[in-house]
Design a protein around this ligand. Structure first.
Ligand SMILES: *Cc1c(COP(=O)(O)O)cnc(C)c1O
Length: 235
């Protein structure tokens, strides 16, 4: 990918963020851009870091490991934040704890327990989000809304995992307005849980096609791949 195009894409996304924030009466500083780099090679990631991006998302542990631990990127771990955004298999939890600053896809208490154990072993406090399954049509993984409160209570006993908020991945619609209801539902769930005394400031929602709507509905993290790095090849 050409430097000029990457620079242009980044500027375009930042402009979209600031426009959407302005329309929503929010400061653009309250929205973190997570650059989704699945299928993107480490040389491009290195250039994106040089152009100012700080948060990166990967959805496969093995692929991420090759990038995070590469000579080019390993030395930059202090200045950037790696987010795991894919389905995390239990047998990969240990590596994920080693690689990622934030695991956005905690979808069961058992997984959280494993993450906690591995974090404890390495003396780390692992930041994480709960992945919420809002409806039958939405992503296959995630915790059902009605089960979240019970799990939040149990999670309180895990000392090495901090749950910072909620993440969701609605089904894809061509018309981004159709995702608004899902984003709004996640925001309301956050409010309910906060009124029960849980602190869940982060809402990770919105992708290339619909992040403006997500920002209007309160997203604090948007996960953007295509608008930054172009169309991905199917794999
Ligand atoms: C791929 C992916 C994204 C980014 O999708 P784009 O439409 O390319 O912006 C966001 N979130 C998750 C969980 C993903 O897997």
């Amino acid at each position: 990918m050409e430097d000029g195009l990457l620079r242009e894409n980044i500027a375009g996304v930042l402009k979209r963020i600031s426009n959407a924030a302005e329309r929503a009466g929010r400061s653009p500083d309250t929205i973190r851009l997570i650059a989704v780099t699945k299928t993107v090679n480490r040389h491009v990631i290195k250039r994106a870091i040089a152009m100012g991006l700080k948060d990166f998302g990967e959805n496969r542990v093995q692929e991420a490991q090759q990038k995070v631990m590469s000579d080019e990127l390993r030395v930059r771990r202090d200045i950037i934040t790696w987010h795991f955004i894919g389905h995390l298999q239990k047998n990969k939890a240990r590596i994920a704890v080693n690689l990622f600053d934030m695991i956005q896809t905690v979808d069961s208490f058992e997984l959280a327990e494993l993450i906690n154990k591995h974090a404890e072993d390495t003396g780390k406090t692992q930041h994480a989000l709960i992945q919420v399954k809002l409806s039958k049509e939405s992503a296959k993984t995630g915790i059902l809304k009605e089960n979240i409160r019970d799990i939040m209570v149990k999670l309180g006993s895990l000392r090495n995992v901090i749950i910072d908020g909620l993440m969701t991945m609605p089904p894809f619609f061509d018309d981004p307005e159709e995702t608004r209801g899902y984003f709004n539902e996640l925001r309301l769930l956050q409010k309910e849980l906060e009124s029960d005394g849980f602190s869940l400031p982060e809402l990770s929602m919105g992708m290339t096609n619909d992040f403006e709507v997500a920002i209007q509905e309160g997203a604090t993290m948007i996960r953007v791949g295509t608008a930054l790095f172009g169309e991905r090849e199917k794999r």
